[in-house]
Design a protein around this ligand. Structure first.
Ligand code: ADP
Ligand code: TRP
Length: 321
């Protein structure tokens, strides 16, 4: 069962990304046949600074490798290293109805906000469909916001198969419903667009300050807190501390006696320890820039070996051979 997903290189990753997307993807490696790529072509619809794209791409590669992406087990590459995906985008784009693209959230939301649309933004779901179809993908794990794009991919694959004969595997999306939404520093969904994030990697002092700055109510430490399970620091502690430690803090908060300052201190310590190994590994990897390059180069070769076969099949089917 081939699993494939794309990671957009936009900005610094936070623990919402980690628990919502990275950890499940890393765990999925145990099932084998995972294809993970950095969607740098997709980033062109939002990022227009070359240096920024290079830095983001490199940073995200380091983040994933440090957190446990195993480039021996999984195929890990940079989208633009297999530019054949653009040829497939054209082939399937010519079968994609305008109406389907006009209904895409990625396009509708941006234009509704008054952002001037360009061809790249409009064609975004077609490129994403090409990403998926080019590798005979069966399963596409994505966040809920991307579900529509995978459905469009299915429509496009079926259309192509009807027009030119069985060519593409029709993929299924896998929505991670079991992963709760990780709350941010203000209690809303953690998101880089809300400025409420706790980064996975970053400066210790600044991150400690962020966590110690979480706003709590004005009840005194001694006061019992029957709503302890709703407390933001408890919710975050559950993610990064052993279950008994989180439970113990929750009970002490409920009974009264645990102050918010001490609770936040515990949260910071556990968060910092949780990512300690990944942090050390990231520093090691960052010190050897040749390593990341070689991982991505090798990944691109392995990805291309699959892509070449599928593209040849598609070209033959539509008479481009
Ligand atoms: P952001 O909201 O910060 O822009 P993205 O939209 O780039 O994050 O999300 C990348 C991945 O991380 C998606 O698969 C998304 O579902 C997941 N993700 C983002 N924020 C959270 C969160 N707060 N809780 C759980 N998963 C999240
Ligand atoms: N659009 C996806 C996102 O923003 C990233 C992506 C690009 C992707 N190509 C893909 C995800 C193919 C899954 C499959 O998160």
């Amino acid at each position: 069962m081939r699993t494939l997903t794309g990671i957009t290189p936009s900005g610094t990753l936070h623990i919402g990304n980690y628990f919502g997307a990275m950890r499940p993807a890393i765990e999925a490696q145990a099932r084998g046949d995972c294809f993970y790529f950095i969607a740098d072509y997709h980033s062109m619809t939002t990022v227009t600074d070359a240096a920024e794209r290079r830095t983001n791409t490199r940073g995200i590669a380091l983040d994933w490798l440090a957190c446990g992406l195993d480039p021996k087990t999984s195929v890990f590459w940079r989208q633009s290293d297999v530019p054949e995906v653009c040829e497939l985008t054209w082939m399937i784009g010519s079968l994609t109805p305008m109406g389907l693209l006009e209904r895409a959230h990625s396009f509708k939301d941006k234009t509704a906000k008054g952002i001037a649309a360009n061809f790249g933004l409009f064609a975004y779901p077609v490129l994403m469909a090409a990403d998926i179809l080019l590798y005979d993908t069966q399963r596409v794990p994505v966040g809920r916001d991307q579900k529509q794009h995978v459905e469009m991919t299915r429509d496009i694959a079926i259309k192509f198969n009807e027009a030119y004969g069985e060519t593409f595997v029709v993929p299924e999306s896998e929505i991670r419903d079991e992963v709760a939404v990780v709350p941010g520093l203000d209690g809303q969904k953690m998101s880089k667009s809300y400025g409420n994030t706790i980064e996975i990697f970053g400066d210790e002092k600044a991150l400690r300050k962020k966590i110690m700055g979480i706003k709590m109510d004005s009840r005194t430490p001694a006061e019992p807190k029957p709503d302890a399970d709703q407390n933001l620091a408890i919710q975050l502690l559950r993610l990064v501390a052993p279950a008994d430690v989180a439970r113990d803090h929750e009970q002490r908060l409920r009974a009264g006696g645990l102050g918010y300052g001490d609770l936040k201190k515990a949260l910071f310590e556990h968060y910092w320890a949780y990512f300690a190994i990944a942090r050390a590994r990231r520093a090691e990897l960052a010190a050897d820039p040749g390593y990341v390059d070689s991982v991505l180069r090798d990944g691109a070769e392995r990805a291309r070996a699959v892509a070449d076969g599928v593209l040849a099949r598609a070209r033959k089917a539509c008479g481009l051979d």
